[in-house]
Design a protein around this ligand. Sequence first.
Ligand SMILES: Cc1cc2nc3c(=O)[nH]c(=O)nc-3n(C[C@H](O)[C@H](O)[C@H](O)COP(=O)(O)O)c2cc1C
Length: 178
Amino acid sequence: MDFDEVVKKRKMIREYQQDRQIPTGILNKLLKNAHRSPSAGHTQVQEFIVAIDPITKKKLCRASLEQSQVEDASVLIVVCSNTSRSVNRYGKRGTEFYSVIDGAFASMIILLSAVNEGIGASFVGAFEDDKVTKILGLPVHVKPIGIIALGYPAEKPERFKRLELNNLVHYERYDRTK
Ligand SMILES: Cc1cc2nc3c(=O)[nH]c(=O)nc-3n(C[C@H](O)[C@H](O)[C@H](O)COP(=O)(O)O)c2cc1C
């Protein structure tokens, strides 16, 4: 698909066809693309937990304010940042700030790749960190950044209006009159 088209089409999809699973080939493609993400100082902190087991999905749904797309998804990719690879170089900035950005970059690549493959995806950031950590058995230095729910779309949600771009772009200095 044309890149601009992918960006234009991207929209969080939260309802999925229950009788259609995502083929392993496509799942692997999403992971391969995410693996190409940038990371601060090439620390490559991003790691991915793939959850397909309905019991795991149910538990993660409970840990994410009962958001149904987490349970209904064909597959979940939980994007994590392994801060043990960045803490020595960047200290607190690495563990608290770069880790989130690195995870977010990888997540966006998954969201865009999903559109390109005709897959619906939803990023879930509202979850209880300690519960997700326990469910997935994450070591203390591996931080969950986002749960990405994936499945073939069963909805066509309306597009949200965006704020006027003109009011959000500033040249040279912040324009306080905007
Ligand atoms: C950091 C972050 C956290 C988010 N957490 C959730 C979430 O927990 N549940 C959800 O349904 N959507 C979540 N979203 C998706 C946003 O609600 C969505 O991107 C926004 O409403 C704009 O819609 P669109 O992406 O479909 O254009 C999150 C998005 C971001 C960037």
